[in-house]
Design a protein around this ligand. Structure first.
Ligand code: HEM
Length: 209
């Protein structure tokens, strides 16, 4: 519903709801810290929860373009920036928990970890690739970069692969959970590849593909 001064209140409501939903995991973690209910190893609980939410939101962000194609509706694309930025937000918290609480201030230790522990190497690579995506997510950067913006933001596919690899690599025995994420990612990237291969030569990709 668009009222007098051109504000679409229904859209404002959906966005507010999306922000509230995206902040729920953080609220639950803060509550867990305050109530001391995160279990025997609260630092591990925080690391795992923030990593899980970074990955879930990343995959949700990647699901929005296929959803738009399948439904023919434009609204999924309007949530893409918000979801992507929350993925980055949780990845940022994930790294912050690791640096501050896990390494206990011995931050330079991370460079040793990057070299010695492959799952940290790929996690760090995923994190580093997310930074330029978050930075250039604004309309201003979209305008400034033009076609290169879409090319740059295809890095998110690599981030997805690295993040799933990070999870697969760190799990010691039960691979089921990371394999579920790997399967979801494979479907999301596979759908894009399928559509791309079926596109007649010379035809521009669908917006947001
Ligand atoms: C510098 C970057 C990163 C570091 C240092 C890092 C570090 C860690 C550590 C220490 C763990 C726990 C390992 C264990 O249980 O032994 C972990 C788990 C995890 N991380 Fe990362 N990570 C990074 C980036 C990322 C990114 C970018 C994502 C996703 C977008 C991610 C997703 C996950 C997931 C899903 C888990 C497993 C959570 C679970 O066990 O349920 N990480 N990470």
């Amino acid at each position: 519903m668009v009222l007098g001064r051109g504000i679409d209140w229904r859209w404002v409501g959906f966005k507010a709801l999306a922000h509230a939903l995206a902040l729920l995991p953080l609220a639950s973690l803060v509550q867990g810290v305050i109530e001391d209910s995160l279990g025997a190893d609260p630092v591990a609980a925080l690391t795992h929860a923030t990593g899980d939410w970074a990955l879930r939101l990343l995959l949700l962000g990647l699901a929005l373009t296929p959803l738009r194609r399948l439904t023919g509706q434009a609204w999924p694309i309007r949530f893409r920036r918000l979801v992507g930025l929350y993925a980055f937000f949780y990845a940022f918290l994930h790294l912050a928990v690791f640096l501050v609480l896990d390494l206990g201030g011995y931050w330079t230790q991370i460079f040793e970890d990057i070299v010695k522990r492959p799952y940290i190497t790929v996690g760090f690579a995923a994190w580093m690739l997310l930074v330029p995506l978050a930075f250039t997510s604004t309309r201003g950067w979209m305008r400034r970069l033009g076609r290169r913006w879409a090319q740059l933001h295809r890095l998110v596919y690599a981030v997805g692969v690295l993040a799933v690899l990070h999870f697969l690599w760190l799990v010691k025995s039960d691979l089921r959970e990371p394999l579920v994420y790997a399967a979801i990612l494979a479907v999301l990237l596979g759908a894009r590849l399928w559509w791309r291969l079926r596109r007649p030569p010379g035809q521009a990709p669908a917006r947001g593909a």
